[in-house]
Design a binder for this molecule. Structure first.
Ligand code: FAD
Length: 287
């Protein structure tokens, strides 16, 4: 439980952090440390240098800009959970944040760290996909934007390149009658998602589903968009029958995880049940 030796740097600007990363190929970024430090203690990660981005002031914020919600990568789960702005304009985010771990974890863990880590049982990736967020990565040469659908590549693997820092998460503000919800089965020991389903629904003037965003975590090696569920909802009135038959597709075409706590078959069942719950709650909240 003792990590291998490493150097530590705590830059106060993004430029400084990017230079350190450019000069040290094997360096690792330290955000809240709630995943990286345990991995180092188990010697699953042995970075020679930690670049702590916790002292860079302008990486922690929630704001509305140009019709978008913008969230700095170092914003903690608790800051999102307690944001009055988000409760009003994107309640899925505070709801998802409130479902993460416990108070200590939410006070220290960051949205950027969680998304960059791509834990198969992490909560944020489901919401990020359901909201079709844009992830802004930066390195010494500039910035690029990565769509949520292209960001999560595999188990603990994202589209971020060595030397890149995830700087910001952008979400288009929804217009019209929108309803959102996050439904999660917590692992009783860790609090992580055995299954977590994020639903982001927009209804048209007649109350039919105009656009559905459904992101699912915990079920497979990485979070995914439940495209078959979305297309079974689009254009339809969201009555119980439509929701149930759409939710039956929650794990279709997905390679399911199985472990001591939940077999692959049980996870398939949970994915369907929690997808139904998330859609039902989101539909009832659409205003
Ligand atoms: C007891 C416990 C319970 C938890 N329960 C839950 C839960 O229920 N649900 C859940 O989703 N999570 C849970 N977590 C995880 C926690 O919420 C953190 O979000 C997660 O550990 C990663 O965030 P972090 O800020 O701690 O990142 P770190 O651990 O500092 O970093 C994680 C990885 O991301 C990289 N990284 C960090 N920030 C950036 C960045 N801006 N750009 C590029 N790379 C970056 C790091 O180099 C590292 O590889 C739990 C953790 C603990 C310890």
């Amino acid at each position: 439980m003792i990590p291998a030796q490493f150097d530590y740097a705590a830059p106060s600007t993004l430029d400084e952090a990017l230079s350190l990363l450019a000069q040290n190929e094997d360096a690792k970024i330290l955000a809240g440390g709630h995943s990286l430090i345990p991995a180092m203690k188990l010697r699953l990660a042995q970075p020679p240098l930690l670049v702590d981005i916790g002292r860079i002031k302008d990486l922690s914020y929630v704001r509305e800009e140009n019709g978008q919600i913008r969230i700095g990568a170092m914003t903690t789960h608790y800051q999102i959970e307690s944001s009055d702005l988000l409760k009003k304009i994107c309640p899925l985010l505070p709801e998802c944040a409130g479902a993460i771990g416990d108070v200590q974890v939410r006070n220290k863990g960051t949205i950027g760290g969680s998304v960059a880590h791509s834990d198969p049982a992490g909560d944020w990736p489901a919401a990020i996909i359901a909201l079709s967020a844009e992830l802004i990565a930066t390195n010494k040469n500039g910035e690029r934007s990565i769509k949520a659908d292209d960001f999560f590549i595999d188990l603990l693997t994202t589209a971020l390149e060595p030397g890149e820092i995830l700087r910001e998460i952008r979400i288009n503000k929804s217009n019209g009658r929108t309803g959102q919800a996050y439904a999660k089965m917590h692992h009783p020991a860790s609090g992580f998602a055995v299954v977590g389903v994020a639903a982001n629904l927009t209804l048209d003037g007649n109350g039919a589903c105009q656009e559905a965003g459904i992101g699912i975590t915990g079920v497979s090696a990485k979070a995914y968009r439940a495209a078959a569920v979305e297309s079974a909802l689009n254009g339809k009135k969201l009555d119980d029958r439509t929701i149930a038959s759409a939710a039956a597709n929650a794990a279709s075409g997905v390679d399911l995880n199985g472990d001591l706590f939940a077999s692959a078959d049980y996870r398939r069942h949970l994915a369907e049940v929690y997808t139904k719950r998330a859609i039902t709650a989101a539909a009832s909240r659409a205003r």
